[in-house]
Ligand binder design. Structure first.
Ligand SMILES: *Cc1c(COP(=O)(O)O)cnc(C)c1O
Length: 365
């Protein structure tokens, strides 16, 4: 049996009627940007996260750089970011003009208060926490630390729609929670999309103005903004996705639990969730000291896997200018060389999970 690394068609066909109906409704409405679907989505998503405000934007990257920009962070400021994040997190910082200071994750792929504190300098203005792979970072000590040092806290929740710590959802702990709705995310659109969530009403208003050319009243512009809007079709599709987000989380947890109880191989380490967290398992990421051989073995057995991510931001050509080298972040680099994402897409069948498990268990190192 062949198992692909992802199957977005499974999700589409499960809710086909709802998506098609929504597309027809929006197309027939004659209103395609900044209309009723966006307004409804923003209300519903804010309520789902448990904060008063949500503003739709065009992508996850936009949500990140706009967050720093509107929090007043830019040139001359430092933002502490974990080294093992997706490169968009680092770009969000550099696009705002600030300097990313890369920190090491722990064995659960997560940033910790202790590691953040080590990297604080007089220039530090903010911390960006990424709930990588949909695994929730414990937030209590990080929130206290940011309060103690007067730092802004931004959460990159692009992989963590609905994840929670002690019942409180990702995105609601800091000043701004940033989301991507890229199609492969746990809550994905059929194109690009993103959103920010927050408690502060004035900040939400600033995002609304900024995403639309700095426009306060039609054709009256108060600041030089940008064009970063979530269109009506995508907002409508996301409202459909939001209706089923709990089911998505349940299935992802079933898959993670199946792998946790059936995979058994001395050369493979399973991911460990932190205590008191609800995780949405955007990716199910195992580690192996013989990762490349494991990936080749799985491929031979018909199982396609992906490495998230093969090059950490500090070693990418794009960020050569930051001045890091191989060896600068040993823990990040160790994880980079060991991680492998097993198929765990929405709609994966029992037979497919079993095929993945059998292939992993027959790896002999
Ligand atoms: C996908 C992703 C982003 C970027 O989102 P886009 O919508 O592709 O711009 C940022 N951070 C993380 C952790 C992501 O997974």
């Amino acid at each position: 049996m062949d198992v692909k690394s992802n199957r977005l068609d499974r999700l589409f066909f499960r809710y086909q009627r709802e998506f098609e109906q929504k597309a027809l409704d929006v197309l027939r409405s004659g209103w395609y940007i900044m209309g009723p679907e966006l307004a409804a989505f923003e209300r519903e998503f804010a309520s789902f996260i448990g904060v008063p405000h949500c503003v739709g934007v065009a992508s996850g990257l936009d949500s990140l750089w706009m967050a720093f920009r509107l929090l007043g962070i830019g040139e001359g400021d430092e933002v502490i970011v974990q080294g093992n994040t997706f490169i968009a997190g680092v770009m969000g910082v550099t696009k705002s003009g600030a300097v990313p200071v890369l920190a090491e994750p722990d064995d659960r792929f997560m940033l910790t208060a202790r590691e953040i504190e080590r990297r604080i300098t007089p220039k530090t203005k903010a911390v960006l926490v990424t709930h990588l792979y949909g695994m929730m970072t414990p937030m209590d000590e990080i929130v206290s630390l940011c309060q103690k040092y007067g730092l802004r806290l931004v959460e990159d929740c692009a992989q963590a729609h609905g994840a929670a710590f002690r019942g409180q959802k990702a995105g609601s702990f800091g000043d701004v929670g940033c989301f991507s709705f890229y199609p492969t995310k746990n809550m994905g659109a059929f194109g690009d999309g993103g959103a920010v969530v927050m408690k502060d009403a004035a900040l939400a208003e600033a995002f609304r103005v900024y995403r639309n050319y700095g426009c306060t009243d039609k054709y009256h512009n108060s600041v030089v903004g940008t064009n970063s809007r979530l269109d009506e079709l995508q907002a409508g599709f996301l409202r459909v996705r939001l209706r089923h987000i709990e089911e998505m989380g349940r299935e992802k947890n079933e898959t993670a639990a199946f792998y946790a109880s059936h995979i058994s191989n001395p050369f493979v380490t399973l991911p460990q969730a932190a205590p008191q967290t609800y995780n949405v398992w955007h990716q199910y990421v195992v580690q192996s000291p013989r990762r490349d051989a494991l990936q080749a073995h799985l491929k031979q057995n018909g199982v396609e896997t992906i490495i998230h991510y093969p090059v950490p931001p500090h070693l990418s050509e794009a960020y050569a200018g930051l001045g890091y080298q191989k060896g600068s972040l040993p823990q990040t680099e160790k994880l980079t060389d060991a991680v492998l994402s097993l198929p765990s897409y929405f709609g994966i069948t029992q037979e497919e999970k079993q095929a993945v498990t059998d292939a992993v268990n027959t790896f002999t190192g």
